[in-house]
Design a protein around this ligand. Sequence first.
Ligand code: SF4
Length: 291
Amino acid sequence: MLITNLKKKNKMSKIKIAELFYSIQGEGRYMGVPSVFLRVFGCNFKCAGFGMPRGELSTEAEEISKRVEFFKDYKELPLVSTGCDSYASWHPSFKHLSPNIDTDSLADQICSILPKKTWQDEHLVITGGEPLLGWQRSYPDLLNHPKMEALKEITFETNGTQKLTPEFKEYLSDWNDWNRELTFSVSAKLPCSGEKWEDAIKPEVVCEYEEVGTAYLKFVIATEQDFADAECAVAAYRKAGFKGHVYLMPVGGVESVYALNNRAVADMAMKAGLRYSDRLQVPLFKNEWGT
Ligand code: SF4
C-alpha cells in the first residue's frame, strides 16, 4: 500500500545526477565487486581539511571553480590532492554539469551501461555528495522500476548524518521480503576532514540505518591523531548500540598521497583488530572521474 502511494506521489520523480558509471567497487564491504555508481548532486559538508595540516583548509576546489568555463563535463575536471575528491558533486559552481533526470530515463541509462544490459551479479552504489539528503523521496520510484527488479544488492555511501524520512524507512523495511540486500557504507567524518565533531559524528542516525539494513563505518586515516579520533568515535557509536564492522581506510584521492600511508593504516587496523579498506580505484584507475 505504502509503495503504491509513493509511486503515485513521485510519478515524475527526478534526481540530479553528477555521475553515472560502471566500475569496480574499490572500498569497504563490496571491494572488487562490479558496480554501477550513481553519484547524486549535493552535500551538507565540504571536507576541505583532508590532506591538509590540522586546522588548515584546502582551496583546491575553489581555485578550480574559478576556471569552471573550461570544463564541459566531469571527465575534464582536474583531480585534487587535498579536500573532498568529489568536490564537483556538491560545489555550486559545477551544478550545471549535473542534469536532473527522471527516474524512468535513469533506469534506462543504468541498464544501458550494464555489460548484459540487465542486472546479473552487479551491485548498485548510490553515492554523492551525500545521497540521503532530499533524494530519499525519489529513490522508491527508481528502485521499483521494472528494469531494476533483478537488482539484489544496493549500497548507500553516506556520511552518516542524515536521518531516514519515515516514508523512506518504511519503504526500505520491506526489502528483506524482496530478497534485496541493503548496505549503508558510512564514511563518518573525523576532525581531519575539517568538519566539526558535533556535526559529523551522529551515532543515533547510524544505529537507525541498522534497523533496515547492514551498516558499517569507514574512517579515513592519515595520522596517529586520526586513529585516536577514530577510536573515540567508535566508542561513541558502540555506546549508542552500533553493532556493525569498522574499517580504516588510507587518505589519498591521488596515488602519491595514498601510497604514502596505506601500509601504515593497514598496520593500525591490525593493531586495533579493525578491518582495513583499500581504495582500489586509486591504484587501478588513478581515481579519475567516472571510475
Ligand atoms: S561528505 Fe563526502 S562528498 Fe561530502 S564533502 Fe565530505 S567527502 Fe565530499
